[in-house]
Write a protein that binds this ligand. Structure first.
Ligand code: G6P
Ligand code: MG
Length: 224
């Protein structure tokens, strides 16, 4: 019988690669320079959120208001820190089991796409030799409306040539889960069900995924 799922769309940061750690360090350096409070909890609010919006999250947390030009400069500076940190990225930063999972999915003939808000996504994929695992790569540079808007996922579906209802999204951020569901797609949360309360199912280990159940859109529970 034909499977319902014909494409798997992945977020990047925190789903394929632990770049969320490097994003954290980049923001932390910027925050420390200004004496702003920034911790893991504030960082969670920056997950899946574009660069400028992430800065707003940090400024709001500290009750700081700045002119637009200064915010642009700060976001550019954080990105320079992030890109510098990316020089150290290596295969230990790849989510365990993610590459094997991508290989298995692609071997079934199902399309794979990357839908990341990060404008650095192509650089990260190239640095780790992961570019060839995706039929399409959509980034923050290709869209107008960031997650939780469904735009990035709808464009990903279009680029891999699959209807939204035949796609499943893997996401680690609440905004991404909301975007996937708004796109009319199935969604698997990567991380804890406590953080991803809207995700119909969550995983923390790719090797636990029953691929047949996933492609039949029948993945249930929260396998650990
Ligand atoms: C991802 C990350 C966010 C980051 C955003 C923009 O969604 O989860 O933490 O702010 O990408 O990344 P960029 O590399 O373009 O600054
Ligand atoms: Mg993410």
């Amino acid at each position: 019988m034909e499977k319902q799922i014909k494409a798997v769309l992945f977020d990047l940061d925190g789903v394929i690669v632990f770049t969320d750690r490097y994003h954290y360090l980049g923001w932390k350096k910027l925050a420390d320079e200004h004496g702003w409070a920034f911790d893991e909890e504030v960082n969670n609010g920056c997950r899946g959120v574009p660069r400028m919006e992430s800065l707003e999250v940090i400024l709001r947390h500290n009750g700081v208001e700045l002119p637009e030009a200064e915010k642009e400069e700060l976001a550019t500076r954080k990105n320079a820190y992030y890109v510098e940190l990316l020089k150290d990225i290596n295969e230990e930063d790849v989510y365990p089991g993610a590459v094997e999972f991508l290989k298995k999915i692609r071997a079934t003939g199902v399309k794979t796409g990357l839908c990341s808000s990060s404008k650095n996504a192509p650089l990260v994929l190239e640095s780790l030799g992961l570019s060839d695992y995706f039929d399409a790569v959509v980034t923050g540079a290709d869209i107008k409306n960031a997650k939780p808007d469904p735009e990035i996922f709808l464009l990903g579906a279009e680029w891999v040539g699959v209807a939204p209802e035949n796609c499943v999204v893997f996401e680690d951020a609440p905004s991404g889960v909301a975007g996937a569901l708004a796109a009319g797609m199935a969604c698997v949360g990567v991380g804890s069900p406590e953080l991803l309360t809207e995700a119909p199912v969550t995983i923390t280990d790719y090797s636990t995924i029953d691929i047949d159940a996933l492609l039949n859109n029948q993945l249930t529970g929260s396998p650990v």
